[in-house]
Design a protein around this ligand. Structure first.
Ligand code: AMP
Length: 586
């Protein structure tokens, strides 16, 4: 197939702004393409050589392209650069200079799509020393045999500026008309694309084997599935109404979404944008290999950064340390992750994407072997708004930004690539800074792990209610302590150690060690939230809810000047919560 046919189609597509016309031109060119080349032509029209998840880009620096143009057009680089300043587009400039040249030389062999594709592929795959020279000579060679218009598009393709505006959906429309038998087949083609993320493969399959084959299309480990996304609502009642009165509410973890593909011993991890991120998470790979009990599987999880010492979840930003090419092993040790599994799309030959969520969830529970670092997302079945609200508060209080409510109806399939009402997120719709510090009493402690083994990992803190003369819990803190603090604290606390909860401490939480209320420390948090777990001001703001401080941190100050009864009071916390709300409303 001549590359000129493609270049001509590009010219026409560029000249129109109407999507329908664009689709017609695409249909024309697809029909003209030999079926064996369909995938390549589809990738090329989108300025690519492979589907995105393969991660191979042509990516030639503009400077290098200028040199190749100069060489094949027989001009100085400076002239090309100067003209490019005027046109603002190296493609345009190339065409101009190649026109000047063609007046002087004869045409050589016409370029074929095969040759263009293979040459670009060689360029994309050449790395290491000598690769710059190789790329330069390959590109210059191609341009020397190209017509001015072809040269324009080749240069735009290699520098990543083709931008014909052909969206995935336009290609699918064109495929439906060209090979599917009509527009109405677009839906089946779209599904095949959504579960393979590979337009070229779908195009070739429908061109070679027809739409019936597309209807049989199944997910395959190794090919990423475009992720299902959630809609959003802001009240429990609305959510339940939308989901038919019942749902599975899940903790919304704040980390990085990972789609893990297991093929026997091989594991591939894809990001939400379907980039291959396997190398970033050697620990994640190991967890999947060991704790997904299936020969082959595709599962989805949120990777969350955890504190290596306390095992507590850390905010999303901490995962940034894992985005690197070098020093991965060190980053892995300093910033470990836990995988929270929330869906399964394929198990040992079975495509589960069209199964309702309850079925998928049963599979998930069956194949995931839970450990410290591999867990099934925490969830509950909610059948009334009160239940849902309670779960929401529990999760927010323990650091989540909210929950995801999932349909459990017959039609609750995995909607690959779509944002729909089968998943609804319910986030905290307010956010405010807590400026005051709180002086809280240490009433209990949890043993540490990792580097904190042998000392305490976290502490249970309480505020004082002078009316009832009890200490009510507000938060669990594990952050902000230096090594010196961790050495000092047991000494300060151990003389107050008791074998059971102190009678003046009101707590629903259990700890490893209880203390009599004596030691007061200063803490700072992100905000005060409602909580069904902490007992501070229970039932004051809302029935069966107390108040808690989120993201607490020790400031470094021991309030030895304060007795336990001088700690921040529960009434003060109620005031702070109310003023926080006023700020948001205002
Ligand atoms: P958002 O990015 O705010 O639209 O929320 C959706 C994202 O939440 C997903 O893409 C996941 O990365 C993440 N997430 C966390 N926990 C869950 C869960 N249990 N189920 C689904 N997605 C989750």
């Amino acid at each position: 197939m001549k590359y000129s046919s493609i270049a001509e189609a590009y010219e026409k597509i560029e000249a129109t702004t109407k999507r329908l016309e664009m689709t017609d031109y695409l249909v024309e060119i697809l029909k003209e393409t030999p079926t064996s080349l369909i995938d390549k032509v589809v990738y090329l029209t989108q300025g690519k050589l492979y589907p995105d998840f393969v991660g191979i880009e042509i990516g030639i620096a503009e400077k290098l392209a200028v040199r190749a143009v100069a060489r094949s057009a027989g001009h100085r680089e400076k002239d090309i650069e100067e003209d490019m300043q005027k046109t603002g587009d190296l493609g345009e400039t190339t065409q101009k200079f190649m026109k000047k040249k063609t007046q002087a030389t004869f045409f050589s062999v016409p370029l074929t799509v095969e040759r263009v594709y293979e040459t670009l592929d060689k360029m994309a795959n050449s790395t290491g020393s000598g690769s710059v020279d190789l790329k330069l000579s390959l590109l210059a060679g191609l341009l020397s045999d190209a017509s001015p218009s072809e040269a324009k598009y080749i240069v735009r393709t290699v520098t990543g500026s083709l931008r014909l505006g052909i969206a995935d959906m336009t290609v699918l429309d064109a495929l439906a008309v060209a090979f599917g038998g009509g527009k109405e087949t677009r839906e089946q083609l779209e599904r095949a694309y959504n579960i393979s993320s590979d337009l070229g493969r779908v195009a070739k399959l429908v061109a070679e084997e027809g739409i019936e084959r597309i209807k049989q299309f199944k997910v395959l480990p190794g090919e990423p599935i475009r992720p299902m996304l959630a809609e959003r609502l802001s009240s429990s009642a609305e959510i339940l109404e939308k989901l038919g009165g019942k749902c599975r509410a899940e903790y919304k973890y704040d980390g990085e979404r990972i789609q893990a593909h297991k093929k026997k011993d091989e594991v591939i991890l894809f990001s939400r944008r379907l980039e291959n991120i396997t190398d970033q998470y050697p620990d994640g790979v190991e967890y999947i290999r060991k704790h997904v009990k299936a020969e082959e599987a595709i599962v989805e999880a949120e990777a969350v950064a955890v504190d290596p010492e306390t095992g507590e979840m850390k905010p999303f930003q901490e995962l940034m340390h894992r985005r690197r090419k070098y020093g991965i092993k060190e980053a892995m040790e300093e910033h470990p992750i836990t995988l929270f599994m929330f869906d399964v799309l394929y198990v040992d030959g079975k495509d589960l994407t069209l199964q309702p969520y309850p079925v998928r969830h049963r599979y998930l529970e069956k194949i995931i072997e839970q450990t410290d670092n591999v867990k099934v997302a925490e969830s509950t079945i909610a059948e009334n708004p009160e239940q849902l609200e309670q779960f929401f508060e529990t999760t927010v209080e323990s650091g989540s930004e909210g929950i995801i409510c999932k349909s459990v109806n017959e039609d609750s399939v995995y909607q690959a690539g779509a944002r729909g009402w089968l998943w609804i997120k319910y986030k905290r719709d307010y956010r405010s800074e807590m400026t005051d510090t709180l002086d809280l009493v240490v009433v209990g402690a949890f043993h540490g792990r990792g580097k904190r083994a042998g000392t305490y990992g976290a502490f249970l803190l309480a505020a004082y209610d002078p009316d009832k003369d009890v200490f009510e819990t507000v938060t669990k803190v594990g952050t902000g302590f230096t090594d010196a603090d961790l050495e000092k604290l047991p000494k300060m606390l151990n003389k107050h150690k008791i074998s059971h909860k102190h009678p003046r401490v009101d707590s629903t939480l259990d700890v490893d060690v209880w203390f009599e209320p004596a030691v007061v420390i200063e803490t700072r948090g992100a905000e005060i939230t409602l909580s069904p777990i902490h007992t501070c001001a229970m039932n004051v703001i809302r029935k069966e809810s107390g108040l808690a401080m989120r993201f607490p941190r020790f400031t470094g100050k021991y309030r030895v000047d304060k007795s336990a009864e001088d700690a921040t009071t529960t009434q003060e916390l109620v005031e702070m919560y109310r003023s926080q709300l006023k700020k948001i409303d205002g």
